[in-house]
Design a binder for this molecule. Sequence first.
Ligand code: C6P
Length: 419
Amino acid sequence: MNHLATEHELDTPALDVAGIRAQFPILERQVHGRPLIYFDNAATSQTPLAVIDTFRDYYSRYNANIHRGLHTLADEATAAYEATRETVRSFLNAADRREIVFTRGTTEAINLVANSWGRANLEAGDEVLVSLLEHHSNIVPWQLLASQLGIKVKVIPVDERGVLDLDAYRALFTERTRLVAVNHVSNAFGTVNPVGEMATIAHEHGALILVDGAQATPHQTVDVRAIDADFYAFSGHKVYGPTGAGALYGKAALLEAMPPWQGGGEMIKSVSFEVPTTFADVPHKFEAGTPAIAEVIALGVALEWVRGVGLDAIGAWEARLLERATAAVSRIDGLRILGTAPHKAGVLSFVVDGAHSQDIALLIDQLGVAIRTGNHCAQPLLAHFGVTATCRASFAAYNTLEEVDAFADALERVIGMVR
Ligand code: C6P
C-alpha cells in the first residue's frame, strides 16, 4: 500500500518499537500458523518481561501477607506493595499517597465510589450525570443506586462524531446534580473527552466529578490535579500490567469522609462487641482483606515501564498507527467508521455493509489478527448509532505500521469472503 508521510507522522517522536517488541514474549507467537497481530489492546494490553518476571521474583523470594507480619518476608512484601502506591501517586500526579486506593480495577473502583460515597451522600431525587459514551461499569453502578435510593441518572448526549455535547452537558445541571461520572477516553469510539473543562463546569454547579480513566492511562499522561478530578479510576491490565490490580484516586478530604464499603481484616483500628468498631485511616479503610499483592507490585513495575518508554511518545506513535489504519480502511467499500472525533486515542471502530462484525472478527483471527467485536460494554452508545456490534482495532506501543498494513489487507480479504 503506497503511503506518503503526513505532517503528523513527520512530527512523531521516535519510539524504539523493535526494542519494545523484544520485551513482549507473547508477540513472538503464531496464531493459526501466522505471526500474531494483536489489536485488542483496549480490552487488555500485553505485559513486558519486567512485569512477568515480577511474579516469579515475588513468589520465589518474598511471598507473604502484608501489613500484618513482623518477619522479613512480610516487611519486604509490604514495602514493595506500598512502593506501588507511591508509583501510582506520581503516575497520576496526586498530592498524597493516601489518596490512592488499590482495587481490582476500574469496575471495582467505580463501585467503591457508588457504594461508599454514593450511599452516604445521595438521596431520592438527586441526580448523577453520565455520558452516552460510558462503559457499562460507569452506568450500571449508578442505575443500581437509582433503583435502591431513587436517584436519577441523566445522560450527556453525543454528536454524530461521538463527541460529547458540552452545551447539552451544561443544560443538564440542576440544583439536584451531585456527581458527573464520565470516561476520559471512550473504549468503543476512542473519543478523548475534555474532562478538565467538564470538571470546572461540574464544580461551578457544586457537583463532583468521577473520571473513568481505563482507556486514558495507557495513552496519555494523566494529571488528576490539573483535571481537578474528585475521583479517577483505572485498571492495571490496560497499562501493560497484570489483571486483578488497579486503583482509585480520590481527594483526601472526600476519602476521609467516606464510610468503608467492605468490612474485614486490615481495614479497622479496633473491633469490639461492646463499643463501636473503629476504622483504619485512608486508604486502608477501603482495602479490606488480603489484596492482590503480587499484582499490585507488578502494577508498579508496569507503570515504571510505561514511564520509561514515555507516554507522550507512546501516544504520538499510536496516533500515527491510527492515522494509517483509518486511511487504509476508509478505502474499503461499504466500511463505516464509528467515532470520528478530532481528538481520539488509538481505537478504530467500524461496521461493514453486508458483513457481520462477528464473521469478520472470526475470519480475521484465522489470519492471525486479534480484534474485538461486540458491543464493547457500551450498548447505549451503539444503540444510539443504530448498531448492535462493531469491529474494533485498538493499538499499543508495540504495534507497527507493517501490522496496520497487514491488518488492512487481511480485512479486505475477509470482507471479500463474507460478502
Ligand atoms: N473495557 C474493552 O474491551 P475493568 O474490566 O474493570 O478492568 O475495566 C472496565 C472498563 C471501564 N471503563 C472503560 C472505559 C473500559 O474500557 C473498561 C474495560 C474493555 O473495552 C473490556 S469491556
